[in-house]
Write a protein that binds this ligand. Structure first.
Ligand code: NAG
Length: 454
């Protein structure tokens, strides 16, 4: 008995210690937050994604504390303290925000401990980090696949760079250095300059060619060739680029898969000058994600081009066997001669609703046949019985009533199938880790930074 009680106390004390890493916040947070940098989880008690985040959030709190990070970790019930939530522009649950003075940064990445901590440390730190020596530069270059660097002294370009960085730091790091720090092979026509180091080389920003700095950085913040998953695709939407994807079986590749991957990699590298402005390239493992995206079945391997701005897609009309075939296909997409499919028109949206409903039904039945039978079978059973009743009923009853009954039956079927809770559960099971969940309503905010005007 005493053992049990002391165990109970030990457990209680442990929980208290663990939760102390995450501060439970309330309305007073509005005024008390200003002196510190915070990362806060805005949750709703009833939301499933919030519950999934909770243990991760505790780990984030514990690790931030033990690593001596100055960032404070908190959580707030956004439904109970809605004035704080609405003041900070919370529109879905869970919302993760880093709050630094007047700035609020939304976290949109995968909800894992390491990703969240990396984000917190990046965004909480200096907007532009200076690299004082060549060793520092080399060290940093090894750690970052894509590295933005301002080279030169004070200038209007530097001010612009800092301004852009303070917004885009949600995605990537920004550095600055003097020219001496650069490796010998880097030659600059003029100073100051903004460079990006990636894909084993570097590119210099040219205001006349590349347009404004912010959109250039947004387009260059990815490596020229990527392993693309649902989340990457979601991120790529911001670039406004077309995405050329080799859909292959990456784990067990056929000869054709290997050839297609090497063709698209070569085009990404050798035709950068031609296509980089409009195109991002990469490969995707398996066709599950693509199929649900385009609501059709693509054969593996294949090349597909997605227009992330309007949900259209393009498939090659001829097999792609050589580099020239792919270059021709890309040019056809660019000059408008390739046939676009899909899109975000009204018909496509209706198709999407039906498609999603269908996959929900399928996934519910697959994951729990009994529940599925009950949910969808019961209404169907009722309808059949009614139909049977109608068909065997006396014909004197009049056709009007028959119509009425039929309609009632149909209505019932619709409401039962379309019940909201089922839809949500079904989606969860359908795509547990695909990253598609980030694109649903819970993170509907596309803006990543908001300047708050008090
Ligand atoms: C992609 O979509 C945008 C927005 O609708 C459109 O302006 C652009 O022309 C499209 N690109 C291609 C190659 O179809």
């Amino acid at each position: 008995m005493t053992v049990k009680i002391s165990l109970f106390y030990a457990a209680a004390v442990c929980t208290a210690v663990v939760s102390a890493f995450v501060e439970e916040l309330d309305d007073s947070f509005k005024d008390s937050r200003m002196g510190d940098t915070w990362i806060v989880d805005f949750y709703a008690p009833w939301c499933g994604h919030c519950k999934k985040l909770e243990p991760v959030w505790h780990e984030v709190g514990a690790e931030m504390r033990s690593s001596g990070s100055p960032v404070r970790v908190g959580k707030i019930d956004a439904t109970a303290y809605s004035s704080v939530a609405s003041e900070l522009g919370v529109r879905g649950y869970p919302t993760i925000k880093l709050l630094k003075g007047d700035l609020a940064y939304n976290y949109r990445g995968p909800r894992t401990k390491d990703d969240i901590i990396e984000f917190a440390n990046r965004v909480a730190g200096p907007v532009v980090r200076s690299l004082p020596s060549q060793q520092m530069f080399e060290h940093v270059q090894k750690r970052h696949n894509v590295l933005f660097l301002y080279v030169g002294g004070e200038s209007p370009l530097k001010e612009k760079y800092i301004e852009v960085a303070s917004e885009l730091i949600v995605y990537t790091y920004f550095f600055s250095a003097l020219e001496e720090v650069l490796p010998k092979h880097v030659t600059l026509q003029e100073l100051p300059a903004v460079l990006v180091f990636k894909d084993g080389t570097y590119f210099v920003y040219d205001e006349y060619e590349d347009g404004d700095l912010s959109s250039w950085i947004n387009k260059e913040r990815f490596q020229g060739y990527l392993h693309i998953d649902g989340f990457t695709l979601y991120e790529l939407e911001d670039t406004g680029k077309l995405v050329g994807i080799a859909v292959i079986d990456d784990k067990n590749p056929s000869e054709e898969s290997i050839r297609l991957k090497s063709i698209i990699q070569t085009v990404a590298k050798d035709y950068r000058e031609h296509f980089n402005r409009d195109f991002q390239f990469g490969h995707m493992d398996g066709n599950d994600y693509i199929n649900s995206l385009i609501m059709d079945e693509v054969t593996v391997p294949t090349i597909i081009v997605l227009n992330t701005s309007n949900q259209q897609y393009f498939l090659p009309s001829q097999p792609i066997e050589h580099i020239e075939d792919l270059v021709r296909f890309i040019n056809e997409v660019l000059d408008g001669t390739a046939q676009a499919q899909g899109g975000d028109g009204i018909l496509q949206r209706i198709k999407r609703v039906i498609y999603d409903a269908k996959s929900t039904v399928v996934s519910v039945i697959k994951s729990s046949p009994l529940l599925g039978c009950f949910l969808f079978g019961l209404p169907l059973g009722v309808i059949s019985i009614m139909c049977y009743g109608i068909c065997t009923a006396d014909s004197d009853d009049g056709s009007e009533e028959v119509e009425l009954l039929k309609r009632e039956g149909r209505d019932q079927e619709l409401t039962d199938e379309g019940s909201e809770e089922e839809l949500e559960d079904g989606n969860d099971e359908q795509q547990p880790e695909s990253g598609a969940e980030y694109s649903d309503e819970e993170c509907e905010e596309k803006t990543s930074t908001e300047k708050k005007t008090d």
